[in-house]
Design a protein around this ligand. Structure first.
Ligand code: PMP
Length: 367
């Protein structure tokens, strides 16, 4: 039922090496340039949560990618696909609409491969993000923050920009399934090999949906459907109700402190894999912020809010599956870009989240 035409299941981590990532020289343990350092991230056992749940709970350390997030994998695949299809030639331009990690990944990949990088983003984004992209060599256009349906939305402007110049491509991370392929060919096989096939559950949140759809597609095939794959969804996203209502798409309402996740539509990266998803967990901001502080205090892990939300979901899924099970999720990025919010008492107060921080852990809110 789950034979989806993938290559055979990989037995070992070295066999899982994709055509693009993880080209480790066996002789010296070296990799080839920035892009060679993408992927092959450690899988970290979250000890306290595992002990508490009686399960093994793991986080895939995507914050250890060279650009600092899970989106390095997608960025590389988006650029490689454009190269392979002849859509961009040496010296050309990669254009994308992104407010965050994809832009950072693309800016790094473009520098390392000699392309120009142009990023459109909503003008509601912080100056810090704009500065970071610019110092990575990208040309940045902050544009009015309007809905996707509006032709002036940052994604549509990125598309038009690419069409208006020679030797340029709009990589279209939301609906270009090269994004999902990165996770079918690298993240999924790595996870499966790292756990030697002992994986009962997987859960993660979605922005574009590339990670969830790609990993789910791979795991469903190699486990013959046995690995339970669940969505983890923040407030303000429509996907949780879509899955739990059997496919009804509601209008978007509400918001979340998490960044880079939550979705208002079924992107091409999610189609048709969304039908393979077993179920969904809706995770409140209170639970996510509590886990940001717990991960720091208990595991020494300095994680962004989407990683924390994923870990909450992994813990809840472990409890549902029962003692002795193994559950994995994704540690998408570190807290560095969000520290002035997540670890600021003032900001916590402004969001009504001071009370959500576990007893004794407000000492970390030092900014
Ligand atoms: N977490 C963070 C911090 C992100 O930036 C993103 C990507 N927007 C995600 C999670 C979700 O990844 P994906 O786009 O593969 O669904």
């Amino acid at each position: 039922m789950f034979r989806l035409g993938l290559r055979r299941a990989y037995a070992t981590a070295s066999e899982a090496a994709s055509p693009y990532c993880m080209k480790v020289s066996k002789a010296q343990g070296t990799v080839n340039g920035f892009v060679g350092a993408i992927g092959n991230t450690p899988l970290i056992r979250l000890n306290r949560l595992s002990d508490e749940s009686g399960c093994d709970i793991y986080g895939k350390a995507e914050f250890m990618n060279p650009g600092g997030s899970v989106k390095d994998r997608a960025a590389l695949y988006l650029v490689k696909e454009a190269e392979e299809k002849g859509l961009v030639k040496p010296g050309g331009t990669i254009v994308e609409g992104t407010a965050g990690n994809t832009g950072i990944g693309l800016a790094h990949v473009c520098r390392s491969k000699g392309y120009k990088c142009v990023i459109y983003m909503p003008d509601t984004q912080s100056q810090g993000k704009i500065d970071l992209l610019r110092l990575l060599g990208a040309e940045v256009y902050p544009v009015p923050a309007v809905a996707f349906e509006n032709p002036e939305n940052y994604n549509h402007q990125a598309k038009r920009h690419a069409e208006s110049i020679d030797n340029a491509v709009w990589t279209n991370q939301f609906d270009n399934t090269a994004n999902r392929r990165a996770h079918i060919e690298t993240t999924g096989p790595e996870l499966w090999a790292q756990l030697a096939g002992r994986l009962d559950g997987f859960t993660c949140a979605t922005g574009t949906g590339g990670t969830l759809a790609g990993v789910t597609r791979y795991l469903k095939e190699v486990s013959d459907g046995r690995t339970e794959c669940w969505l983890a969804d923040p407030p303000g996203s429509v996907l949780h109700s879509y899955i739990t209502s059997g496919g009804k798409l509601a209008a978007r309402s509400g918001s979340s402190i998490t960044e880079g996740i939550g979705q208002g539509r079924i992107t091409d990266n999610l189609k048709p894999e969304i039908n393979l998803i077993n179920n969904s967990l809706s995770i409140s901001d209170e639970k996510s912020i509590a886990m940001v502080y717990r991960l720091l205090d208990e595991e020494g892990l300095y994680m962004g809010a989407s990683s924390a939300l994923n870990v909450v979901a992994a813990y809840e899924l472990a409890l549902k599956l029962g003692p002795g099970k193994t559950v994995a999720t994704v540690l998408c990025d570190g807290a560095y870009r969000y520290a002035d919010r997540l670890f600021s008492r003032k900001w916590l107060e402004s969001k009504g989240l001071v009370g959500a921080v576990p007893e004794g852990l407000l000492k970390y809110a030092v900014l």
